[in-house]
Design a protein around this ligand. Structure first.
Ligand code: GUN
Ligand code: FE
Length: 464
């Protein structure tokens, strides 16, 4: 039993290069693995497949292409209801004003269910096939998020937020031992839910240095080494936060060293933001092989600053994108990719022209970069034999030239192209593929996401 996807496939082959496979086919087996990439595909081969029993053929229409699923390397599912609500706050007052009260309220399971099911449905509709989630410090509600992802079919890393310091009394772990024990409970829950970790895994989540004691961070570092699980945290997001870390950990010469001393910096560590890392810290992160989640929307919204992504990439550090909902106001990785290019243009004003990220580079970060951040580079991020079918069918609106074309046929084509309704990307028929992808990056949204698959399973279809 297999599914053959037929049409145009676009994916990254390197940071700088998107490959367009026209008139091609990708065969996917029952388990969701890519068996074959045929480029270009002969009509005779399609006819042969069509006759095979148990084979389903899914064809992309005009103005449509298949694209690898988008990867969100940093998102707080628990903050989803606060998307867009941040006023003029910056990180530390934003946490106290908006974030901790909302997260604490999700200890009520019915509320957690409502929020998490909407968050997962919404991110899927924007094409997020893999997400690294922060939940809350509550065990039950964190497990509700894991179940929600598993049921919806979204690939996910789900972390219970560890915080035994510097948070309000109503929202703090009792002590380091309890925080570790609760983390282990969540890890055990995920291991039961998905024993092979094929879709949902637990991720160790010390919230950030100011909200974790030395003891807790050390315990979590030990647990990371022993369990082999990934770890995620925040680093060097905001100037006030960096000063706070310096005052709380005077024995450490910088922020990265705080994590390193606890054994929390490894190749399995995802560091969100990294806006203000010093040269020493960049060297340390590079040496440890830790990965970075770039969150441009959040960094602008909370006035945190502009991360120097080109510098990180030039150092050979692996970078992916994060929406950082609700520091970031948008659940869309495409929006994060777009804002990564915009931020890079501001950075270029001081750091030089080469700081600018291209369309190709932003989309690489959204797919292959994110996959590598989460240790999934052999599994998802591109259309290659042996990888899994995590993909989007993207459609743009085809605008017929009424004078030159047969109207009925073109209207039919337009309808097919968008899978019901209009999209914010209009194609006039004269764009080349490169231009079409640029238009999608800069003006596309969930209206362009017609279908979404994870591991071969269709997990979202745009309503007609
Ligand atoms: N640092 C500590 N907690 C958070 C959070 O929830 N969001 C962001 N953006 N930064 C943080
Ligand atoms: Fe965050």
């Amino acid at each position: 039993l297999k599914t053959i996807y037929v049409g145009t496939f676009i994916h990254s082959v390197s940071l700088a290069e998107l490959q367009v496979l026209k008139r091609s086919a990708v065969a996917v087996d029952e388990s969701g693995k890519i068996l074959l990439v045929e480029h270009p595909v002969e009509a005779s081969m399609l006819e042969m497949w069509a006759k095979e029993a148990g084979t389903t053929i899914v064809e992309a229409g005009p103005g449509q292409f298949f694209f690898p699923g988008l990867i969100d390397t940093h998102i707080h599912a628990s903050q989803y209801p606060n998307s867009g609500i941040f006023g003029k706050s910056t990180l530390l007052d934003w946490l106290n004003t908006y974030t901790f009260p909302l997260e604490a309220s999700l200890a009520k399971p019915s509320k957690a269910k409502r929020v998490y099911s909407r968050c997962v449905a919404r991110t899927l509709s924007h094409g997020t096939t893999t997400a690294a989630y922060y939940a809350t410090r509550d065990v039950t509600s964190t497990n509700i998020l894991a179940t929600t992802c598993h049921t919806a079919g979204q690939r996910a890393f789900v972390g219970r937020c560890c915080m035994d310091c510097m948070a309000p009394d109503y929202y703090r772990d009792t002590d380091a031992a309890t925080s570790l024990a609760d983390t282990i409970k969540c890890a055990e829950f995920c291991a039961k839910l998905d024993p092979k970790g094929e879709l949902v895994q637990s991720i160790i989540t010390p919230r950030f240095a100011p909200s974790c004691s030395r003891e807790l961070m050390r315990d979590l570092g030990d647990f990371m080494a022993q369990s082999g699980l990934l770890c995620q945290t925040h680093i060097s997001e905001n100037k006030g936060e960096i000063e706070l870390v310096a005052s709380l950990f005077p024995e450490c010469k910088n922020y990265a060293t705080v994590y390193d001393r606890a054994g929390l910096l490894s190749e399995k560590t995802v560091l969100a933001h990294a806006v203000h890392l010093t040269d020493d810290e960049i060297a340390l992160v590079k040496m440890r092989g830790s990965k970075i989640s770039h969150c441009p929307v959040s960094n602008a919204a909370l006035t945190s600053g502009a991360a120097k992504v080109r510098r990180l990439l030039d150092e050979g550090i692996v970078v992916g994108l994060g929406t950082d909902v609700s520091g970031g106001y948008s659940p869309s990785v495409l929006e994060a990719a777009r804002q990564a290019t915009m931020t890079s243009r501001f950075v270029s004003l001081t750091e030089g022209e080469e700081a600018k990220l291209s369309v190709e580079e932003a989309l690489y970060l959204a797919t292959r970069g994110g996959a590598e951040v989460l240790g999934l580079q052999k599994t998802v991020g591109a259309f290659e034999v042996g990888m899994e079918w995590d993909a989007l069918l993207v459609g743009c609106t085809f605008v017929p030239d009424e004078e030159e074309c047969d109207e009925d046929e073109d209207l039919l084509q337009a309808k097919q192209a968008v899978g019901g309704g209009m999209t914010p990307v209009d194609l006039f028929g004269w764009e080349n593929w490169e231009e079409m992808v640029a238009k999608w990056l800069y003006s596309g949204d969930d209206r362009n996401v017609l279908k979404v698959w994870v591991k071969g399973r269709k997990v979202h279809e745009k309503p007609a």
